[in-house]
Design a protein around this ligand. Structure first.
Ligand code: FAD
Ligand code: NAG
Ligand code: NAG
Ligand code: NAG
Length: 479
């Protein structure tokens, strides 16, 4: 009887013991996982982050008269980000894409039924295209464009020419949304589900890094903050995760660290490029990683001490005449072949009144990320003057920034998409990527991050939910 009691005591002690957890990456998914674990009493945590800061693809920097976001910028709908901050008066609607102005490369402001139709088809492509297995997003869009634009304007040669130039614009814009290098890469089908509500909210204070402060309870009352400082190790890149026994994490500084569970959060780009796992992950997970595209976009951020646009302007779109496009290297020859034609839009930032953000998409991104900033600036100003110089007295920018997510080995791109050739209605590869590596039934290596969310991948809210999901998986093991 006594022995049995002791045994029970021993057993309950073992089960009461809290596990040790290593989190790879201090992006918003890693931070969300850490907060959830700590709040549930699992405090034996180490977070290893390769960069010298937390936040990952949330990166707010001081610039111009305020702050700007090099990465995530908009809160899409009434999602978990919205819910977390809704009583703090931090988000506002961005009146940005509401009244865009379309300019042509001959310097004219285009306003016609065709331009309205073009904007509608580009804005709603996600809703309107035919989603067919094995058909790329580009092919599906072309079908839609043929039916709604090219056929409609086929009898008037001048308008038809403009409509066909519009395809180049449509391609660049779609690539900006998808984060892909070419529209033949994403599938026409997708599992992404928008969350209801305003799709374009921005931060009134600072930028998207406000969400990190709120999650870590540093805001609004810093005395409530969650103590992660002593658990967080910056500039510590994980080079190997050995998981045949108790998982061991090896860092680039040569040190090794053991834990009961490891939560892995690096991007699809990092997972694709690096042999992080020993032994390698099972074929089902390799296939899941292969099914996801991860290319990139660039933001060019320009500060104009002297504003040249009108207060009513929000967004400028650039539509190239094919002939101008082909001859552009004669006018501007610095950098890779006609890269300037990939600047598709110029958008204002509500909280930073002298700043415009140029959005760039397409396959030249890796080369453009290496261009010196003065070439980026000259090229951007060449485009801005070419399109807008007739209607505006363009001033000179004083400062320029350019994002470089694709060339950064800790990211290797911007946000994930579902690749053509893999898409199937019934298969969520994101769920396959999220499946833990186990010993028996015990999860030892767990996967969080944007790309592991079955319906909100490619977003901040998806990343947060994924981090909490994996924390819950561990919490459930230690009731
Ligand atoms: C330009 C841009 C614009 C965007 N716009 C929006 C937007 O408007 N709205 C929106 O909702 N989303 C947007 N996103 C997407 C959003 O930012 C991401 O989905 C989200 O931030 C991803 O978080 P994560 O934790 O999954 O990954 P990450 O933020 O990539 O975090 C992973 C962390 O792991 C670290 N890491 C990588 N490898 C290692 C290693 N070997 N060892 C240690 N650490 C490592 C990385 O440095 C990083 O900090 C945008 C992204 C970009 C780049
Ligand atoms: C520019 O092209 C558009 C569309 O073809 C045309 O309507 C406009 O008149 C042109 N502007 C100039 C200045 O040539
Ligand atoms: C979708 O496919 C159907 C049948 O092939 C076709 O009639 C329709 O026009 C297509 N829709 C679009 C948006 O292209
Ligand atoms: C540009 O500046 C010139 C000279 O100051 C002025 O005459 C012209 O109206 C301005 N144009 C615009 C579009 O503001």
């Amino acid at each position: 009887m006594k022995q049995r009691l002791l045994w029970l005591l021993f057993v309950s002690q073992v089960f009461a013991e809290k596990p040790s957890v290593i989190i790879v990456g201090a992006g918003v998914s890693g931070i969300s996982a850490a907060v959830k674990l700590i709040e549930n009493g699992i405090t034996n945590i180490k977070i290893f982050e390769a960069e010298d800061r937390i936040g990952g693809r949330i990166h707010t920097v001081e610039f111009g008269d305020n702050f700007i976001d090099m990465g995530a910028q908009y809160c899409h709908g009434e999602n978990v980000v919205y819910d977390t901050v809704k009583n703090l008066d931090l988000l506002e609607h961005a009146e940005l894409f509401s009244a865009p102005k379309m300019y042509y490369s001959n310097g004219s402001h285009l306003q016609s039924q065709l331009i309205q139709d073009l904007e509608t088809v580009v804005t709603n492509y996600d809703r309107d295209i035919n989603r067919t297995k094995g058909v790329s997003l580009g092919e599906a869009f072309l079908e839609k464009y043929q039916n709604t634009i090219l056929d409609k304007y086929k009898n008037d040669p001048e308008t038809h020419k403009l409509a066909s130039d519009g395809l180049i614009f449509a391609h660049s814009t779609i690539l900006m949304h998808e984060g892909a290098f070419h529209w033949s890469r994403p599938a026409s089908g997708r599992h992404y589900k928008p969350v209801k509500g305003d799709q374009m909210m921005v931060w009134k204070k600072r930028g998207y890094d406000m969400i990190l402060d709120v999650l870590l309870k540093r805001y609004p009352d810093p005395s409530q903050k969650i103590p992660i400082e002593e658990k967080l190790f910056l500039k510590k890149k994980v080079t190997k995760i050995s998981w045949s026994g108790t998982p061991v994490v090896e860092l680039s500084d040569g040190t090794t660290h053991k834990a009961d569970h490891v939560i892995v959060t690096p991007s699809v780009g990092v997972l694709t490029h690096e042999d992080l796992f020993d032994p390698v992950v099972p074929p089902r997970k390799q296939e899941a990683i292969k099914s996801m595209g991860f290319d990139g976009i660039i933001k060019i951020i320009l500060y104009f001490p002297e504003k040249w646009w009108h207060d009513s302007d929000s967004t400028f779109f650039f539509l190239w005449d094919r002939r101008d496009l082909e001859g552009v290297t004669k006018e501007f020859s610095e950098g890779p072949n006609s890269w300037v034609t990939n600047l598709v839009a110029l958008v204002r930032v509500p909280s930073n009144p002298h700043v415009l953000i140029g959005w760039v998409s397409g396959g030249l991104i890796p080369e453009m990320e290496k261009l010196p900033l003065d070439v980026i600036k000259k090229g951007s100003m060449f485009v801005i003057r070419k399109f807008l110089g007739r209607d505006y007295n363009i001033t000179e920018p004083k400062a320029v920034l350019r994002s470089d997510w694709h060339n950064n080995p800790n990211f290797r791109g911007t946000y994930s998409y579902e690749k053509n050739g893999y898409f199937e209605e019934e298969v969520h590869y994101q769920d396959h990527l999220a499946e833990p590596l186990t010993h028996g039934t015990t999860p030892v290596v767990l996967f969080a991050g944007e790309a592991t969310h079955p319906t909100h991948y490619s977003t901040v809210h998806g990343a947060i939910e994924s981090g909490r999901r994996e924390a819950d998986r561990i919490i459930a093991l230690y009731p």
